[in-house]
Design a protein around this ligand. Structure first.
Ligand code: TYD
Length: 136
C-alpha cells in the first residue's frame, strides 16, 4: 500500500542584500493554494504541546519566522518529526494529518497560512476519530 506524503518542505526564494532578507509569498506557481487566513503563535513554553488535531479539508503552510520548534506529523501509519528553524522554508501539510508541535525556543514565532477560513467543524480533535476518518 502506498501512503500519501506526510509533508513537503517548500523552499522560498530569498531576496537578500546588505539591507537584509525578504521572502514574498503570492498565489501562483510558488505557492500550493490560495491563502484565505493567516495566524501566528508565539510566547509558548518550551514543553507545551500545541495542535493535537487533524483537519478534514484544510491545508496549511507553516513558517517558523523566528526561533525554532518541532512538528510531529502522523498519517495514522507513520510518524515523522520536522525541526523548523528557517523563515525561508514552509512546512506544507495537507488534510488528514495529525499534528503536534512542541520544543519551542522562547523566541519562537510560527506563522500559519491556511487554505480555508476558520471552521471548528473541520477539526478532528480526538485521535481515535482521526484513525476512523482516514480509514473511510
Ligand atoms: P487551536 O487551533 O486549538 O490552536 P493550536 O492548534 O495552535 O494549539 O486554536 C486555539 C484557539 O484559537 C481556539 O479557541 C480557536 C481559536 N482560533 C480562531 O478563532 N481562529 C483561528 O484561525 C485559529 C487557528 C484558532
Amino acid at each position: 500500500m502506498v501512503f500519501e506524503m506526510i509533508y513537503e518542505l517548500l523552499n522560498f526564494k530569498i531576496f537578500g542584500d546588505h539591507n537584509g532578507k525578504l521572502v514574498a509569498l503570492e498565489k501562483g506557481a510558488d505557492f500550493p493554494f490560495e491563502i484565505k487566513r493567516v495566524y501566528y503563535v508565539w510566547d509558548t513554553g518550551k514543553d507545551v504541546v500545541r495542535g493535537k488535531h487533524a483537519h478534514k479539508k484544510l491545508e496549511q503552510v507553516i513558517i517558523c519566522i523566528h526561533g525554532s520548534c518541532d512538528f510531529i506529523l502522523d498519517n495514522g501509519h507513520e510518524k515523522v518529526k520536522v525541526h523548523l528553524d528557517n523563515p525561508a522554508q514552509g512546512l506544507y501539510i495537507k488534510n488528514n494529518i495529525w499534528r503536534e508541535f512542541t520544543n519551542f525556543t522562547p523566541d519562537c514565532v510560527i506563522m500559519v497560512l491556511a487554505s480555508e477560513y476558520y471552521d471548528e467543524k473541520d477539526y478532528i480533535r480526538d485521535y481515535e476519530d482521526f484513525l476512523r476518518e482516514i480509514k473511510k
